[in-house]
Design a protein around this ligand. Structure first.
Ligand SMILES: *Cc1c(COP(=O)(O)O)cnc(C)c1O
Length: 339
């Protein structure tokens, strides 16, 4: 038995999801004629209280399209120094939008309204024009932490005062919604654009959705096409998103419980150093003493447990749809036996 905690992107479609794909009604989505894609887009726009939505092959494409639509070349984008859009999208902001990044130190991948306000450039020919702020919720490199909503509202106020757009990288927004029990339309009210991943905790093989106003999505559709993301019978994949919204959303709570159980087992051990607070489905912790992240991962691998070293002293574990209570129990047992 392999127990794979490296990422929540490793999930395989369930029999129910495969059946939803098999039965999907499809058409040519580049012509706007795929009923399953249209249904997923309408469903997601409605869920977040946005006017329109666009199905994209990946979260990276959703983010990149969102950033491209809301910036001009030479503009500056404010985000955390740990933001996925900055460190894990291949320099895409520079490549696709021709914009540059103003990385903010922040804390656990989250930034504050004061930091945003201090990073906005004055209207001066020497300076890049600040046009967009990107937040990430949950914050991946912050150990899946959730923004304090009051801080998000303060950031929004700063953006409004300075005429900046506000984008949310919500790759794991569903985890945040379940953990904080927030109303998704609150996000739609605050953010100009929102991207969500269906290929993470929601358990789909691929896909992401970008939400925004009608005019934003019309432009986003053009950019998606330019990037080669206009797919034909994408409904076979979109059907997995509809299925996940109906069947996998509430169960994220189980992933969060599993993460806390594993955290509990790890915190009993002397080799566990600083662990970021476990708020959702991600654990990030230091291994200390005789262990290194690599030796720790190799040891667990002998029991078929896969974890990911993410720095010279940190390991990441992510719980997801394919992690069962039995697997968590087995993992805790193996950890308990380690010295
Ligand atoms: C996974 C992820 C994305 C997008 O990833 P894709 O693999 O391109 O779908 C974006 N932002 C964050 C925070 C992520 O974790």
């Amino acid at each position: 038995m392999t127990i794979d905690y490296r990422s929540d992107t490793f999930t395989r479609p369930t029999p129910g999801m495969l059946e939803a794909m098999y039965n999907a009604e499809t058409g040519d989505d580049v012509f706007g004629e795929d009923p399953s894609v249209n249904r997923l887009e309408a469903m997601m726009a409605d869920f977040f209280g946005k006017a329109a939505a666009l199905y994209c092959p990946s979260g990276t494409m959703s983010n990149q399209v969102g950033i491209k639509v809301q910036t001009l070349p030479g503009d500056e984008v404010i985000c955390s120094q740990l933001a996925h859009v900055y460190i894990y999208e291949g320099g895409g902001i520079a490549f696709n939008a021709g914009a540059q990044v103003r990385p903010i130190i922040g804390e656990r991948g989250m930034i504050t309204a004061a930091e945003v306000a201090a990073a906005i450039n004055p209207d001066d020919v020497h300076k890049a024009r600040t046009s967009l702020v990107c937040l990430e919720n949950t914050a991946n490199r912050g150990g899946g932490c959730c923004y304090d909503w009051e801080e998000v509202l303060r950031i929004k106020a700063v953006c409004q005062e300075h005429n900046l757009k506000l984008h949310l990288d919500g790759a794991r927004l569903f985890n945040a919604l379940i953990a904080t029990k927030q109303d998704p339309t609150a996000y739609g009210n605050v953010f100009d654009s929102i991207s969500v991943c269906l290929n993470k905790g929601m358990g789909c093989p691929m896909g992401s959705v970008l939400m925004g106003s009608e005019t934003f999505i019309r432009e986003a559709r053009r950019i998606r096409k330019k990037l080669g993301g206009g797919l034909r019978q994408a409904g076979y994949m979109a059907a997995t998103g509809i299925y996940a919204m109906e069947n996998h959303l509430q169960r994220l709570e189980e992933d969060h419980l599993h993460a806390k159980q594993i955290a509990h087992a790890l915190l009993e051990k002397n080799f566990t150093g600083h662990m970021l607070p476990v708020e959702t489905n991600i654990l990030i912790f230091e291994v200390i003493g005789d262990w290194t992240p690599v030796s720790f991962a190799e040891y667990l691998m002998r029991d078929g447990i896969k974890v990911m070293p993410i720095s010279t002293n940190q390991v990441r574990m992510v719980t997801h749809l394919d992690i069962t209570p039995e697997m968590v129990a087995r993992t805790c047992e193996v950890i308990a036996g380690m010295n």
